[in-house]
Design a protein around this ligand. Sequence first.
Ligand code: ADP
Ligand code: ASP
Ligand code: MG
Length: 464
Amino acid sequence: MRIIMKFGGTSVRGDGFRRVHGIVSRYLPEDQIVVVVSAIKGVTDDLIDIAHRARRSDEKEISEFLDKLVDSYMELVEVNVGREHLNEAYALASKLRRDLERVLYGIMYLGELTPRSLDYVSGYGETFSAKVGAFILGKLGLEAMGLTGKEAGIVTDDNFGDARVLLNATRYSARRVLEPLLEAGKIPVVGGFSGATQDGIMTTLGRGGSDYTATALGAAVDADQVWLWSDVDGIMTADPRIVPNARTVPELSYREAAELAMVGAKALHPRALEPVWDANIPVYVRNTFNPNGPYTVIHGKEEVNAKVVKAISLIRDAGVITVYGPSMVGAPGTAAKVFEMAASTGTNIMMIAQSASESNISMAMRKGSLDRVYSALERELISKGILRTVEVEDDVSIVAIVGAGMKGTPGVSAKIFSAVAERGINVVMTAQGGSEMNISFVVKSEDSEEAVRAIHDAFKLGEA
Ligand code: ADP
Ligand code: ASP
Ligand code: MG
């Protein structure tokens, strides 16, 4: 079999590469394995932060940051294979450090951070993980080869920060790189999250993008399976940090899992299922810390089970913009203009609601988009008198409930909203339409976790 195994940010930290080694070794030499790795947990946030700070920073601050970054990877080497390999690893890390340093200095001297340089910097944790990880796996006895996403042939469009993988181009270039390695019994260790445009400019695939790297490579090299190794027992009925009795969902269809990912379940990147869906490659979500424990398989089969609801997801960093205007009533073009303005800022509108009187429209989005959308509305519609007022709520969260056949089953919606009402929680906004397997609503952030627990209890998702 040919399997792509992706190890997330918590799976590679500490002595994680020993576990990676243990897991991968079980399948050798019978199976062919491609390893995909994330940055050590927290490193991507730090890189994004230093990229922004570099604009107003000095060489000393940048240098100190780089020392710390190199140290954290040297610690991995020490913990996993011992001090005696530090010198050799240090030479490798210093070379990586130099390239990153040049870019950060560039940002500093220009005082400008472009989307292009931000992607170069923010994807660098994965570069370190791939190169240092391959070094460690090599010392542990595997024939491993560290590659960045670009070197492995991940080709993307140039939508920096949230690039889309171009599957045909990737298929062509990734095969050329990976096939010879796999045929020779080697283990490619590929940095997730980042790729490059056809011109070779580094891009990133959006937060959590290593999942997407794994599935894209899976489709590219015709893998039999893709395994996503994380720190929980697969995809759960809710975030186990919110609902202690959350259980593993044993099976999900591609549609259900994609819906869950799109509504923000942190467990999976929103576009991760695109590459494997048509190719019908199953995706297993498993726990590195409990490798023989329960797991989730995502595949083409779809079953409506007795509980109908399969999982509940919470999007914490949401916001709502509501617009009011005299000319909204009976003026069909106004709503279109509002959405056009929002779209022109590149914002993904997650929910829409229009009041029955037609005098207002509410849109839910990520909090980070609120300012942009507000400015666009102000510039184009308020100043011209088309809208009267715009209200912004930035302390709200979206609760999304997913399961095939939910909308077609009578009483599901009533059960959801009465469960929430019984705990005294006020619903700020509900969506009309939406997909048949997802019901979403907005609540105040302070109520959001309780709302998730209320629904989890109402549908008895914690019970077998
Ligand atoms: P990785 O770095 O391994 O990709 P992530 O942090 O991206 O890990 O995703 C795993 C985390 O997602 C878990 O630790 C868990 O807290 C969170 N999570 C949120 N919702 C769910 C869910 N429904 N099922 C499983 N994990 C979830
Ligand atoms: N390291 C990246 C992130 O934190 C990608 C990933 O972990 O999948 O978003
Ligand atoms: Mg992730």
